[in-house]
Design a protein around this ligand. Structure first.
Ligand code: NI
Length: 192
């Protein structure tokens, strides 16, 4: 296994549409996934998409830790570490929630991003099995964030209010300000 270099915002690899995988069970995909898991865990992230490690392929990994839901005061929606190949999602309804997101490709920054609260996602597991799961709240957010990476979209490009983009060190100050302004944002999300 190898620790991979993580592309940072501004590198064109993060702006391109990634290519579909022809064979989810291939050895190349297996190796890429092993390295992505090692890289994400080393960086203490909760999600990573292949373009973030300079591979323009439709492969993502993510997890939704149990404590996240409890911290948000929202219904906990746990997901163990999951690898998905050629993932897609659809919203289950139109409800959007604003939550704080970070990204391993945008180190040191956090922003408040609207995302669908409830989605269904589909894709393939590394053993070739089709996967279909429903997700809510943080689990739904991390999946939408990672799939966006496959289409060249970074979280600031989804923000509707750029005044809610901050350096991590200022997040507490911005959250207090936002509460006063009634601009919400849930709790701080971890790096994706
Ligand atoms: Ni990201």
């Amino acid at each position: 296994m190898t620790l991979l270099k993580i592309a940072r915002m501004g590198h064109p690899v993060l702006l391109k549409t990634a290519e579909a995988i022809a064979d989810p069970k291939s050895r190349d995909v297996g190796r890429l996934l092993e390295d992505m898991v090692e890289t994400m865990e080393d960086a203490t992230g909760v999600g990573l998409a292949a373009p973030q490690v300079y591979e323009g392929k439709r492969v993502i990994i993510f997890k939704s830790p149990r404590e996240r839901g409890e911290k948000d005061g929202l219904e906990s929606d746990f997901s163990p570490l999951t690898a998905l190949i050629n993932p897609k999602f659809e919203p289950l309804d139109e409800e959007l929630a604003i939550g704080w997101e970070g990204c391993l490709s945008i180190p040191g920054m956090t922003g408040a991003v609207p995302r669908y609260s409830r989605i269904v996602y589909r894709g393939y597991a590394p053993n070739g099995d089709a996967v279909e799961r429903e997700a809510t709240n943080f689990h739904a957010r991390v999946v939408q964030h990672e799939i966006d990476h496959l289409d060249g979209v970074l979280f600031p490009m989804r923000m509707t209010d750029l005044s809610m983009l901050t350096f991590n060190e200022e997040l507490k100050n911005l959250m207090e300000y936002a509460m006063g302004q009634n601009k919400s944002g849930a709790d701080r999300d971890t790096q994706e």
